[in-house]
Write a protein that binds this ligand. Structure first.
Ligand SMILES: Cc1ncc(COP(=O)(O)O)c(C=O)c1O
Length: 300
């Protein structure tokens, strides 16, 4: 009996349990981080905003000159097939395009590789665990590492260049924090390992413009703010302004918006999630239930 409860993958056109999915050791996705990916949620039996995630995935492939045989319709069909096969009603669903393996071993020419697509799904997961979300997260601003410059690795292309994030995470854990945020080389906020950041100051919602992924959750939060009449700004956000803000929260596909109650030594709102963050979080989850934004999975 195969165990599908932990998830499923599709690779080389074959659907397998997640534990059996493999890529080759000479694949440039592994040896060069020459790969891009995207992650869409399945919430209560339906994909949320799937066309937006497919669009971003296509833009990432174009930016890296990764050409896979599958078009959007084939990718959508593959994602539906693995989620239905695994029977997951709430899932974290990754779609990946890798450079592949050079036809001539050791070749340095990226044009010599057969680019390929694979996808996998696991039970819905949260970048910031639910118990941390319940009390509000504590973030640490990395002192030892900056976000990699955006003219070196484009952060709008979802990528596996996580060296800066991983170092910042170790530093955050060393200081008793739950996760990290990084600044760019000019001292502006960028993002954290797997999430965008927001703050509320003087009744306005502010999120960094550059040095970060243009998150789909970030976009949904900005739309939620418009609905709630909260003015929003997408611009450079100096660290000092962020630290002095009234409220802070994170946003990602893997968990939605999550309140932050502490950044470094600064405690926000007496250590409780702030009212504007809570209103936006509630509106976000309400938006995930809107039929127009959902693509229902046909389970067997
Ligand atoms: C580096 C980074 N920033 C931000 C995000 C949030 O983007 P999204 O809301 O599209 O998941 C992610 C991924 O989830 C990420 O990996």
């Amino acid at each position: 009996m195969q165990d599908w409860s932990k998830g499923a993958a599709i690779i080389r056109g074959e659907i397998v349990p997640i534990a059996e999915a493999r890529i080759g050791v000479t694949d440039w996705g592994l040896t060069r981080s020459d790969i891009t990916y995207d992650v869409v949620p399945v919430l209560d039996g339906a994909f949320f905003r799937l066309p937006d995630y497919l669009k971003r995935f296509a833009a990432s492939r174009a930016a890296l000159r990764l050409a896979i045989p599958e078009d959007d319709a084939a990718i959508r069909a593959a994602l539906h097939a693995i989620v239905a096969r695994a029977g997951l009603r709430d899932a974290y669903v990754a779609m990946v395009a890798s450079r592949g393996t050079p036809a001539i071993p050791g070749a340095r020419d990226p044009r010599a590789c057969a680019n390929h697509f694979y996808a996998w799904c696991v039970p819905y997961l949260r970048v910031i665990p639910a118990e941390v979300e319940a009390r509000g997260a504590r973030l640490w601003v990395s002192k030892s590492v900056h976000r990699i410059p955006e003219d070196s690795v484009n952060p709008r292309v979802k990528n596996y260049h996580w060296g800066d994030f991983t170092q910042a995470l170790f530093e955050a854990y060393d200081h008793g924090a739950d996760s990290a945020v990084l600044t760019d080389h000019a001292g502006n906020l960028s993002e954290g390992p797997g999430f965008n950041v927001f703050c509320i100051a003087g009744g306005r919602l502010i999120t960094p413009r550059g040095h970060c992924l243009e998150g789909i959750t970030r976009q949904t939060v900005l739309e939620a703010a418009a609905e709630l009449g909260i003015p929003a700004e997408v611009r450079d956000l100096p660290l000092a302004e962020f630290i002095e803000a009234d409220e802070v929260f994170t946003a990602t596909t893997a968990g939605g918006p999550v309140p932050v109650v502490q950044v470094d030594g600064r405690v926000y709102g007496n250590g409780a999630p702030g009212p504007a963050s809570e209103a936006l979080r509630a509106r976000y989850w309400e938006m995930t239930r809107r039929p127009a934004l959902r693509d229902q999975v046909a389970y067997a």
